[in-house]
Design a protein around this ligand. Structure first.
Ligand SMILES: CC(C)(COP(=O)(O)OP(=O)(O)OC[C@H]1O[C@@H](n2cnc3c(N)ncnc32)[C@H](O)[C@@H]1OP(=O)(O)O)[C@@H](O)C(=O)NCCC(=O)NCCS
Length: 242
């Protein structure tokens, strides 16, 4: 029978477009009901994302060469992240006294985020609010000691069982190289160890040498786990520099 084995594809406006990290402009192919090897279905997803005025479709894979079929439909690697971890030995705490962050600090954290991280890694205020309110997450801020308004730096962590994660670290550009990033990371490690973590992990961009140097000095080592993020730009490609 003609066409009996022809696959039926949903109309574009019925294609489900799951968001990546709650970002309205970015669609996650990993979470879509689409097989990434099914070129036609991926193209439909891209077309639907275009109709919905999304900027980017992403697909993350920890498998080397895992995204290759996507190359044929306009995807290219846009980011590579690596995981580092350290054992549970303690560190001498510094003399900083960061403020615990809550939902009232969300907007200023997001502002600092936007000037410190590339577009891909921005958090929305909604996402950050959800994060700081979740029971497993903790974040701390450092403010200028001269009493000026604003935020010098922040760090955020979560713990899942005996693994602690340093999720985020950012220091305002004018306040870098003074030890704030190191001091906040030590504060975060100390908190995670005291709350029961036996292993502490974090991820960072493969080319973020400054952050990797800082983490190496505090005992973190790459553990071999890497994730490539493939992207298909619908809008203008965004710069990786913040
Ligand atoms: C990565 C980042 C957090 C580092 O913060 P920082 O406050 O500059 O870090 P520190 O000052 O503790 O350490 C950085 C450097 O200052 C030096 N330093 C530390 N204390 C110092 C001091 N008291 N006086 C002078 N220099 C000092 C360190 O030797 C280090 O040198 P190196 O990076 O060249 O090896 C910051 O650059 C940043 O926010 N980057 C953008 C966001 C980002 O990449 N976050 C990490 C994502 S995983």
């Amino acid at each position: 029978m003609i066409g009996a084995d022809r696959k039926m594809y949903p109309a574009r406006n019925t294609v489900h477009l799951p968001l990546w990290r709650h970002r309205r402009e970015i669609v996650s192919l990993n979470e879509a009901d689409v097989d990434p090897r099914d070129t036609r279905a991926v193209q439909d997803l891209i077309a639907a994302a275009g109709d919905a005025r999304k900027e980017l479709v992403v697909y993350s894979t920890s498998v080397r060469a895992g995204g290759e079929p996507l190359g044929a439909v306009g995807f290219a690697p846009i980011e590579e992240i690596l995981e580092m971890e350290r054992p549970s030995d303690g560190l001498t705490r510094g003399n900083i006294v960061p403020t615990a962050a809550d939902e009232t600090h969300v907007n200023e954290i997001v502002r600092l985020d936007h000037v410190c991280f590339p577009w891909l890694w921005w958090n929305t205020a909604e996402e950050m609010a959800r994060y700081v309110q979740s029971v497993d997450a903790h974040a701390w801020l450092l403010r200028p000691i001269d009493g000026n308004l604003g935020l010098d730096a922040y760090v955020a962590v979560t713990r899942s069982g005996t693994t602690g994660y340093v999720d985020r670290l950012a220091v305002a550009a004018t306040r870098r190289s003074c030890g704030l990033g190191t001091a906040l990371t030590i504060h975060a490690i100390d908190h995670l160890l005291r709350s029961g973590a036996r292993r502490i992990a974090l991820t960072t961009q493969h080319d973020n040498v400054r952050a990797q140097n800082l983490y190496s000095r505090l005992g973190f080592r790459p553990n071999g786990f890497r994730v490539t993020i493939w992207g298909h730009w619908i809008g203008q490609p965004r710069d990786r520099t913040p």
